[in-house]
Design a protein. Structure first.
Lengths: 160, 788
């Protein structure tokens, strides 16, 4: 058995250390070692986006990231989007505007969408393209994009 | 009081009860559940479509570190059978392989990696046998037999009206052969289950599924247990669309066998590639049409022959064919009808349930022929449909059944046309050539709600309602939430009936030990059947609640009304007590606060031999109009907008309803344009989301919805199912729009770029190049810099 690798990272704002096999995927470290099962596995090959997390603020598919490579970096999962028990504004918008059906893609969409909003990429015409790495088979995307637009608009107003 | 003005949550947009946990990532799907000592299962499957099994070598698999069990057919304690209706499919192969993905052996190990490594080391000594992959060829004499019983499983028919006379009265006849491709469900959560044994006496299965009672039967059969010894709990289910109707019984049976053999909990989650390779699909079909109309633009006859590729096992194919058979025409008045629907074995992946259940394929063909006929008659497709749609006077559908009133086909057609701006679009001149061509097309369908007459024995439903001492309410039903909104619908219905806020009602997932067998969650019957069972339970509960309320109010018990959280005296809304205080009083007096409910669909007359009579109790109508733009050179179809008018009876939960329509449309568009199952001698060559393309957010069109409400449907508060009618018309609308844009007839689905380019034939801008002619001109060809 190869030697475990020590990985120290900032996970949802908290400094954490894990000892993982060198081949461990970030997805498995999050789900199995950190117990953060909000990040889902839909395909295991970076196609569906259900395992999306933020790596230093950018959305990545955690099934394609080696856990060892996030040593010293900042990772945010869906569990880290809430602040003091309150959902992120995009999560609230997804709830109130009917953007959730089976829910399996929802955490990944919330994470990607949160990154879109954090970067103030607020042109609704761009939203569909920016979310196109997160597959959803239930909603047809209408209400998901509606929620992203509503959260972006509310965010602009708060900034203004 | 008018239905629409009813106080309460009915028809509103209150928050779905499952939304908050899902968006926070705290909903626990099967793959998120683990128990101490739990093992991980893996499957060893065949890579060839047809073979004799000479032996299966297990030693290498057993030697993998961490492996605790490697099992074959001989290790199954009960019957080696899966399959909902027919006993033609083993859980594990014995002497014959009939399709790619047939299971050779089961593995349980301490890690998923060890389990799948071991599964790959199982070596079947398979002696290849001839195979057949085309459902039409499979019926030819002398073709390889998939099973000893022959390749034709069954033929369903509709025989109605005087065909000879109708032929004589037809001025225009269209003959066409359609090749309609299958579809992968592509639910985002792969198939998975967790089996928890209690010795060898009984077992709990927690599974992602639509039909816990199917899983219960399958597990009981392979383990040799009674139904009561198998408890199936539905886990939160990440999408189904029919793909988690019958298929989950197979992984559950595998995990159950391993759990009994090892005495430990066993979890099985299919990797995406195997999930796509081995699970059921929408059937690929060939449809042949001969339809005739008179000069007056009225349909005279319709002849339809459909060959349905069942694959290697029947599964639900005969039931799927039953629906396809009687849905072959659409909501049109046709005097003479002949339909034959053949279910055929091949060595392909096996067809099963998929949203629409055989109807999308035949409805697609019907709507294509309607446009071809309109063109032959030089009629606007909208006008041609108006002349033929069923309505309050002409109500006789395909099988001769008189549709219950109101028949809203004309309303749906007109509302969708208005939303789409059909007349304005067609009044404007459009480019007849050029790189970007626009078109608009109609899909209009008649959908039989709930199960077909042939499945009526399953068409019943159970509910339990428990009024808690604090006034909150527990509801349990036998039908499942898979994303479509059944929890929200059941919550709304219970809250409406009890006059409480939806937030007071908690609907829990089905468990076979808490409710009676309610049949499958399919056929757009979830809200309908569970809703009616809930209403029955509430009525029974009120026989105990109302007298207590009446006593507290000081009125006669038949004057008690429940709404807005209060029990009040009819006509005197000021005299009221809270429902919660009535519940507390009931508890204090030790009055039974639990009630069961039951609903079964009405008996109907249907002659299976001639396919005439009433296959369904009532129907929903849906019309969708698509506006597309087509890149003529590349053959790429872009759906710009879909306008949808749906006859839904009454709205239960508006967000859930719209979500079903929007999701169904986009799934239908995927099937129509990019989703192609590429089969290579029965093996799926594109079992991943890079090569099998489902729509992304960037592919979704603008969607406009008109909800056509009416009274009188048999569902709860007059509601009708919407899950499947949302998908069925979309592909037809897209096809007709593309054909209008390019002035072609396409008779193949999906409308992939090669199919579109091929349909243009000589009219493709580079036809000369494609055909390999005029090569000298190639040298002078400048790349066109098109405006995009």
């Amino acid at each position: 058995m190869p030697e475990p690798v020590r990985v120290t990272l900032t996970l949802n704002g908290e400094r954490r250390t894990f000892h993982v096999p060198p081949g461990r995927r970030l997805l498995d470290m999050l789900r199995e070692d950190a117990g953060l099962t909000g990040t889902k596995e839909g395909c295991g090959s970076g196609e569906c986006g259900t395992c999306t997390v933020l790596l230093d603020g950018s959305p990545v598919t955690s099934c394609l990231v080696l856990a060892a490579s996030v040593d010293g970096h900042d990772v945010v999962t869906v569990e880290g989007l809430s602040r003091a028990g309150r959902l992120h504004p995009l999560q609230e918008a997804l709830v109130s505007l009917g953007g959730i059906q089976c829910g399996f893609c929802t955490p990944g969409i919330a994470v990607t969408g949160a990154a879109v909003l954090a970067r103030h990429e607020n042109a609704p015409a761009e939203h569909a393209r920016l979310l196109s790495g997160n597959l959803c088979r239930c909603t047809g995307y209408t209400k998901v994009l509606g929620a992203l637009k509503a959260a972006a608009t509310a965010g602009e107003e708060n900034r203004g | 009081m008018a239905e629409g003005a009813r106080p309460g949550p009915l028809g509103g947009r209150h928050e779905r009860p499952d939304a908050r946990a899902k968006v926070a990532g705290s909903t626990r799907y099967v793959a998120d559940l683990a128990l101490p000592g739990m093992l991980h299962a893996a499957l060893a499957v065949s890579k060839v479509p047809s073979a004799r099994v000479a032996g299966i070598e297990l030693a290498a698999a057993r030697a993998v570190e961490g492996v605790e069990a490697v099992l074959t057919a001989a290790d199954i304690p009960g019957k080696n059978l899966v399959g909902v209706i027919f006993e033609d499919q083993p859980l594990l192969v014995e002497d014959r392989v009939r399709m790619v993905g047939d299971r050779l052996a089961l593995v349980a190990a301490r890690t998923p990696e060890a389990a799948w490594d071991a599964a790959r080391l199982v070596r079947g000594r398979l002696e290849p046998l001839p195979s057949v992959h085309d459902p039409v060829a499979a019926l030819e004499a002398g073709t390889t037999r998939v099973h000893d019983t022959g390749n034709l499983v069954r033929t369903f028919r509709v025989v109605r009206g005087d065909l000879e006379r109708a032929h004589a009265r037809a001025a225009v006849v269209v003959e066409a052969e359609y090749h309609v491709g299958g579809q992968e469900h592509a639910y985002l959560e792969p198939q998975g289950c967790l089996a928890i044994p209690e010795g060898r006496d009984r077992i709990t299965i927690i599974t992602s599924c639509q039909c816990p009672f199917y899983v219960q039967q399958a597990v009981a059969r392979v383990l040799g247990l009674s139904l009561a010894a198998v408890r199936v709990e539905q886990a939160p289910t990440g999408g189904g669309f029919g793909g988690k109707e019958d298929y989950p019984s197979e992984p559950a049976a595998c995990a159950a066998v391993l759990a009994f053999a090892t005495g430990k909990p066993v979890r099985l989650v299919l990797p995406r590639e195997l999930d796509m390779q081995a699970s059921t699909k929408r059937h690929a079909v060939v449809v042949r049409h001969r339809w005739g109309a008179g000069r007056d633009g009225k349909l005279r006859f319709a002849e339809v022959e459909t060959f349905m590729d069942a694959g290697a096992y029947i599964g639900l194919s005969t039931v799927v064919a039953e629906r396809a058979n009687v849905s072959s025409i659409g909501p049109y008045d046709v005097g003479a009808v002949r339909v034959a629907t053949h279910v055929v074995y091949t060595n392909n992946l096996f067809g099963g349930a998929f949203r629409g259940f055989g109807q999308p394929q035949v409805s697609w063909a019907a709507e294509a022929t309607m446009d071809t006929l309109a063109r032959a008659l030089a009629l606007d497709p909208l006008e041609f449909r108006r002349r033929n749609v069923l309505d309050g006077r002409r109500r006789r559908m395909c099988t001769g059944q008189l549709l219950p009133r109101p028949v809203l086909a004309r309303e749906c057609l007109d509302r969708a046309a208005e939303l789409a701006g059909w007349e304005g679009f067609h009044a404007k001149p459009r480019a007849a050539s050029g790189a970007r061509r626009e078109g608009m097309g109609i899909g209009l369908v008649l959908y039989g709600c709930n199960l077909h007459h042939g499945g009526q024995r399953l068409d019943r439903s159970s509910a339990v309602v428990i009024l808690q001492p604090d006034g909150s309410v527990v509801v349990r039903v036998g039908l499942t939430e898979m994303g479509q909104g059944n929890l929200a619908a059941c919550q709304t219905i219970a809250a409406q009936a009890l006059g409480v806020d939806p937030s007071a009602v908690q609907v829990w997932q089905p468990d076979t030990t808490t409710v009676a067998d309610s049949g499958p969650t399919v056929a757009s019957r979830g809200a309908h059947m569970s809703g009616l069972a809930i209403l029955d339970a509430v009525n029974r509960l009120r026989t105990r609640l109302d007298p207590i309320a009446a006593e507290l109010l000081g009125c006669a018990r038949d004057l008690v009304e429940l709404s807005n959280g209060f029990a009040s005296v009819r006509g005197e809304p000021g005299r009221r007590v809270s429902v919660a205080s009535v519940a507390t009083e009931m508890a204090a007096r030790r009055i039974e606060g639990i009630a069961t409910g039951w609903h079964r669909s009405k008996a109907r007359a249907f002659d299976a031999e001639t396919g005439t009579g009433a296959p369904y109790e009532f129907y929903a109508i849906a019309c969708q109009i698509a506006r597309v733009s087509v890149d003529e050179e590349l053959g790429i179809v872009r759906v710009q907008e879909v306008s949808a008018a749906h006859d839904v009876g009454r709205v239960i939960h508006r967000d859930a309803l719209e979500g079903q329509i929007e999701g169904g449309i986009v799934q239908g568009i995927g099937w129509a344009t990019t989703e192609e199952l590429k089969l290579d001698a029965g093996r799926l060559a594109n079992p991943n989301f890079t090569d099998y393309l489902i729509p992304t957010a960037a592919d979704a069109p603008r969607i406009k919805i008109a909800v056509v409400e009416s009274d009188g449907a048999g569902g709860p508060f007059g509601a009708k199912g919407v899950g499947e009618p949302s998908l069925i018309p979309a592909a037809a609308a897209v096809r007709n729009a593309v054909c209008e844009a390019l002035d072609v007839e396409i008779r193949r689905l999906p409308l992939s770029p090669p199919t579109v380019v091929e349909a243009l034939g000589e009219r493709h801008p580079f036809a000369w190049l494609i055909a390999g002619r005029k090569e000298e001109e190639h040298a002078g060809l400048a790349t066109a810099d098109r405006e995009r």
